[in-house]
Design a protein around this ligand. Structure first.
Ligand code: PEP
Length: 255
């Protein structure tokens, strides 16, 4: 059985002190929902205070990116070794990093390998833009991102990976994808995983939906067969909204 996972991607929001204060308020409210894996992904600078504030909580911490390099002359970058002990998860391949930082499928593949080599669990994000979507080519496009991102990743390593289908046109726009469409694409991604690995690995891998997920639409996403949680931006910045998302997931799919 796949344990649903909800991860809040705070992007460039919250200082170190604000992040710690936020999770101190959030953690007790999320504590009852033990059937859902709950993750917050603060900015790098807020990882230590957030991790410390959550030290006695089941809420997990994720980073928002990682360098593909081990160490060296890469000004501004953060390596996987630096994240060890501070984060359990790391988002890799977010469309904002693909767009603003020029991250290619090849770079993303190397980042996934770097993260795994240091015991971090990648939340590997993928998604199409509006042009691809309107051309009806979403699954072909996203399937290509999946194949490229997972090049050289072993079946055993797949156990540490979460996938996140995030249509770019739905991120931060308030224009969420139709739940049946999101299910069709996440189901298609599962099919790609089966063709690359096995039916068991495809059945076990968790696939999140992301893109304007809100308390009002969460239950509909979570009631879809192939959607195992959400990667959430805006709504994860508000304590009560975050709690409502997790509650909806627990009521729909929680163990
Ligand atoms: C995201 O940043 O991954 C995201 C899905 O953002 P939002 O929920 O705000 O659309």
């Amino acid at each position: 059985m796949r344990v649903p996972i909800i991860a809040g991607n705070w992007k460039m929001n919250k200082t170190a002190a604000e992040a710690a204060a936020f999770v101190r308020e959030l953690a007790p409210k999320l504590a009852p929902f033990t059937g859902i894996e709950r993750v917050v992904c603060p900015p790098f600078i807020a990882l230590p205070t957030t991790a410390e504030a959550l030290a006695h909580s089941e809420i997990k911490v994720g980073a928002q990116n990682v360098s593909e390099h081990e160490k060296g002359a890469y000004t501004s970058q953060i390596s996987a070794a630096m994240l060890e002990g501070l984060a359990e998860y790391v988002i890799i391949g977010h469309s904002e990093c693909r767009e603003y930082l020029g991250e290619t499928d090849d770079v993303i593949n190397r980042k996934i390998k770097a993260a795994l080599a240091h015991g971090l669990k990648p939340i590997f994000a993928m998604g199409e833009n509006l042009t691809v979507n309107e051309a009806g080519e979403t699954l072909a496009f996203v399937g290509g991102q999946v194949r490229a991102g997972l090049e050289g990743i072993t079946a055993e390593q797949m156990q540490s990976i979460v996938l996140a289908y995030e249509p770019i046109w739905a991120i931060g726009t308030g224009k969420s994808a139709n739940a049946q469409f999101a299910n069709e694409i996440t189901g298609g991604i599962r099919g790609v995983i089966e063709s690359l690995y096995s039916a068991t690995i495809a059945d076990d891998i968790r696939i999140q939906y992301g893109g304007s997920v809100k308390p009002a639409n969460m239950a509909e996403y979570m009631s879809q067969e192939h959607i195992d949680g959400a990667l959430v931006g805006g709504a994860s910045l508000i304590v009560d909204d975050f709690v409502s998302l997790v509650q909806a997931a627990q009521e729909t799919k929680g163990a």
